[in-house]
Design a binder for this molecule. Structure first.
Ligand SMILES: O=c1ccn([C@@H]2O[C@H](COP(=O)(O)O)[C@@H](O)[C@H]2O)c(=O)[nH]1
Length: 224
């Protein structure tokens, strides 16, 4: 089985992204490109990265009215990404329309609660409950709206999988035991995320900012 690590290449620099992907490609199962990369390089950049031959996860986290999101997803069709993201908080109609607009082979996954948020952030945006409750509430919504899975932290993935045994679970906020957490608040180790039911792990800085990204990816993979 190919690696379940998708490396997050969060850079605006296309050449740097290509060089990193080329260095780590034997130890990862896919490439995740997000807003930073897409705003700088657009569809051309995605095409260039696809030439490396790994599945592309296009993490643009759409959150808008259903018509706008559906049209944005349609515009990405020629890129045939393996995975795209929308925010579950965009609501049922938006999730349904995003799924209907996506190509057959593209998984649409709904972001529940960003891994950079914790209990106090929920309070500050006026939401009741704790991260666990919030993730489970949005998992139910995503499942019933017919998308393919969710994004959540490794702290909630086991409970979410119980609710949705055949869902696809994307887990970012993954850190090796001694890794710098940075702006992430709900983090688990790669091993813990997989044992708890993650389908894929999204790992960025622990690989991309390591002195030797190839060795960092290999070391993480060895723990899985
Ligand atoms: O809840 C979420 C959703 C998406 N992300 C993205 O994953 C990577 C994580 O990068 P690290 O450097 O490993 O922290 C990044 O691209 C985020 O946009 C997330 O972290 N949390």
């Amino acid at each position: 089985m190919s690696s379940r690590i998708f490396v997050a290449l969060d850079t605006p620099d296309l050449e740097k992204a290509k060089a990193l992907a080329t260095r780590v490609h034997h130890h990862v199962g896919g490439i995740k490109l997000g807003l930073e990369f897409f705003m700088a390089n657009g569809r051309h950049g995605v095409h260039e990265m696809a030439e490396i031959g790994l599945p592309i996860f296009l993490d643009l986290k759409f959150h808008d009215i259903p018509n706008t999101v559906a049209k944005a997803v349609q515009a990405l069709r020629p890129l045939e990404p393996a995975i795209i993201t929308v925010h579950a908080a965009g609501g049922r109609a938006m999730l349904e329309d995003a799924k209907a607009a996506a190509p057959q082979g593209t998984k649409v996954v709904a972001v529940t609660m960003l891994t950079s948020l914790d209990d106090s952030d929920l309070v500050s945006i006026g939401l009741s409950g704790d991260p666990h409750e919030q993730v489970l509430r949005l998992t139910e919504l995503a499942k019933s709206a017919g998308v393919d899975g969710i994004v959540c932290s490794g702290e909630e993935v086991a409970a979410a999988k119980k609710l949705w045994p055949h869902g696809f679970f994307v887990v970012p906020g993954v850190r090796p035991a001694d890794g710098a957490v940075g702006d992430q608040k709900r983090v688990v180790t790669p091993r813990k995320a997989l044992d708890s039911g993650a389908s894929i792990l999204v790992i960025g800085r622990p690989i991309t900012q390591a002195a030797d990204p190839d060795q960092a990816a290999r070391a993480i993979e060895a723990t899985l």
